[in-house]
Design a protein around this ligand. Structure first.
Ligand code: URP
Ligand code: ZN
Ligand code: ZN
Length: 604
């Protein structure tokens, strides 16, 4: 597909960034944006994507898209565009919002080493695959300031990022200072999501009390709590036993943390978050049983979201048992890929049908030599796999080509839902007037074979090696600039921007606030008890023996303000009933206006 002129109305201008004062500008990959000469300063900023099928999460239309200064200005047919506009012919192609990868770890220091894909190679690879924004994690060491960690990540990212990025911050320990820093991060640094770890005992793991405190704090601040859901105590115990048995290879990693270890933690996180009315986002959903927990909690009305990743949707954990150590170690990540080979299809079904919502990659890559730090002990193999480059193609292949989802749902799970859940919609995640011009021109029919030999990532291994996929990002536009051109990446380090994510997201907090209002406990008005009262002695014991406690007293809490069953009664949730389903009486509803605007309903 060639860029071409448009019947004399607009003319093509090839975008080739040039270093000021240089005749030839081949190495554009290392230019900083301040070094880029913008030609006339005009055509660079105008682009028409012509003749394609525009796909949003809720509709498809045959339309042209006109872009100026990085923003979508017109969507429709027969558009009037100024001369000097560059044209991309998109006939037969899908024109979709650029992908948003909700979960990456570029150049993260981890397990004694540092992820090999940094913010440059990682985001350049993201663009190659059609992803125009990543969300990375700033993870402080235990005892370290969250704010310092956040700034360190920004310092790493800003000069290198080729696409936009946002930051989730890890709550890896708990104190009053952490609580106070969370507020500063939300108010002043544009952070609206915090990740809590239930695994990595002795480093990042929080206990239940700390989890509860952090969830309460997220709720107060209008943030979204994220969890790495695995039971770290069980993993530690199992790992010790396996090593004692002489199981030191990568299979030990998988054996030490079976599905129920993930499912138990997922359930626990959902219960804890729900008890304090905090919205929850479960990162890297890796197993059928953990996905079932998310799905069933959603059916019970919990405000919880689930994020499978390219790895869990595209491959499985049988690779841990491969005879080649490097191959097996290349698949080690936590929670592990599952040896049940029906898992990817199952997760894709849930994603297609709305039980799971977003897709990340947990891109955290280590070379063979780095993985070999654990050659004699699986607990020392740095955890992490690739995915940022191949996520879109893998989901297209396993989701759309397989017949499980249509292109609209593909857009929802690769971009729009993330934009909504992290409160950057419709700036991101939509092709519409006023939205950022982050666009992928997708060839749904072209194929490629994924390989570490040809991928753009720095890592020397690819968990999808040899997989043939349909769906190629032929052109990628980021901030209105063509950064992938007929498959060729023309990324510029430092071109991406930090995207602040505001708190009190109406897409998340809208329903939560209604739910909280409807479930607020309410006191039973009654005449005071006037009978005898037992006397306690100095040790707090009743004088003259113990009277058995009557069982009914536990189950007779009053209704909530709206007349619904009190959520604190343990027998409430098991039926799958939503709030107030059992109560025919609904009060008139006064809709609150949450600070970020109003919710227009549930989108997932
Ligand atoms: O194996 C993984 N997942 N590595 C990155 C750290 C994390 O837990 O997300
Ligand atoms: Zn994690
Ligand atoms: Zn991760």
């Amino acid at each position: 597909m060639d860029a071409s002129s448009d019947e004399g109305v607009v003319t093509e201008e090839v975008i080739v960034p040039r270093r000021v004062g240089q005749a030839s500008a081949e190495p554009w990959d290392v230019l900083s944006p301040v070094d880029i000469e913008d030609g006339s300063g005009s055509a660079q900023n105008r682009l028409l994507i012509k003749g394609g099928r525009v796909v949003n999460d809720d509709m498809m239309q045959d339309a042209d898209v006109y872009i100026e200064d990085g923003i979508i200005k017109q969507v429709g047919t027969n558009l009037h565009t100024p001369g000097g506009t560059r044209v991309i012919e998109a006939k037969g192609h899908l024109v979709m919002p650029g992908g948003i990868d909700t979960h990456t770890h570029m150049q993260m220091p981890f397990m004694g080493t540092q992820a090999i894909d940094d913010f440059y190679t990682g985001t350049r690879a993201a663009l190659a695959g059609g992803t125009t924004m990543i969300m990375d994690f700033a993870l402080p060491q235990r005892g370290e300031s969250l704010i310092e960690a956040f700034h360190r990540w920004r310092t790493w990212a800003d000069p290198k990022v080729c696409c936009d990025y946002a930051i989730h911050v890890g709550v890896t320990w708990w104190s009053d200072k952490v609580a106070q820093e969370m507020e500063e991060l939300t108010n002043e640094q544009g952070v609206n999501s915090f990740k809590m770890f239930m695994a990595y005992k002795d480093t990042w793991q929080l206990n239940d009390e700390e989890l509860l405190e952090s969830f309460k704090r997220c709720k107060e601040l209008g943030a979204l709590a994220q969890v790495h859901a695995e039971n770290g105590d069980v993993i530690k115990e199992n790992s010790k036993k396996l090593l004692e048995l002489g199981i030191t290879g990568p299979e030990g990693h998988e054996m030490s943390r079976p599905e129920e270890v993930e499912a138990e933690a997922t359930n626990r996180a959902c219960v804890l978050a729900n008890q304090v009315n905090c919205p929850l986002y479960v990162v890297h959903v890796m197993s059928k049983s953990a996905a079932d927990v998310v799905s069933s909690k959603r059916k019970q009305g919990h405000v919880v979201f689930g994020e499978p990743i390219a790895a869990s949707l595209g491959t499985d954990g049988t690779h841990h048992y491969h005879k080649c150590w490097r191959h097996a170690a290349g698949h080690v990540m936590g929670p592990p890929l599952r040896p049940d080979s029906s898992t990817p299809k199952y997760l894709m079904d849930l994603l297609a049908n709305g039980d799971l919502q977003t897709t990340g990659t947990d891109n955290c890559t280590f070379s063979a030599a780095q993985k070999a730090l654990g050659k004699d002990d699986f607990t020392k193999i740095p955890n992490g796999v690739n995915g940022v480059e191949d996520r879109m193609s893998v989901i297209w292949e396993k989701g759309v080509v397989s017949g499980k989802m249509d292109p609209c749902r593909f857009v929802a799970v690769t971009s729009t839902n993330a934009a909504k859940i992290f409160n950057i919609y419709p700036k991101k995640g939509r092709i519409a007037v006023g939205s950022d011009a982050d666009i992928v021109v997708w060839n749904p029919h072209a194929t490629r074979v994924i390989s570490a030999k040809t991928h753009h990532q720095a890592v020397d291994f690819n968990i999808f090696e040899g997989m043939e996929v349909h769906g190629i990002a032929e052109f990628v536009v980021c901030h209105g600039r063509v950064v992938v051109e007929e498959g060729e990446v023309r990324a510029i380090s430092g071109m991406g921007k930090y995207v602040p994510t505001p708190v009190f997201n109406p897409h998340v907090y809208g329903r939560l606030e209604e739910r909280e209002r409807a479930n607020a406990p309410c006191k039973v008005e009654r005449a005071p008890y006037e009978g005898p009262v037992a006397q306690l002695n100095g040790q707090g014991m009743q004088e003259g023996g113990i009277i058995p406690v009557q069982q009914e007293t536990f189950y007779t809490r009053g209704p909530t303000r709206s007349g619904g069953v009190n959520l604190h009664d343990s027998s409430f949730h098991v039926s799958g009933a939503q709030v107030n389903d059992k109560s025919p009486k609904r009060p008139s509803v006064k809709v609150n206006n949450p600070p970020g605007g109003r919710s227009s309903g549930s989108f997932w």
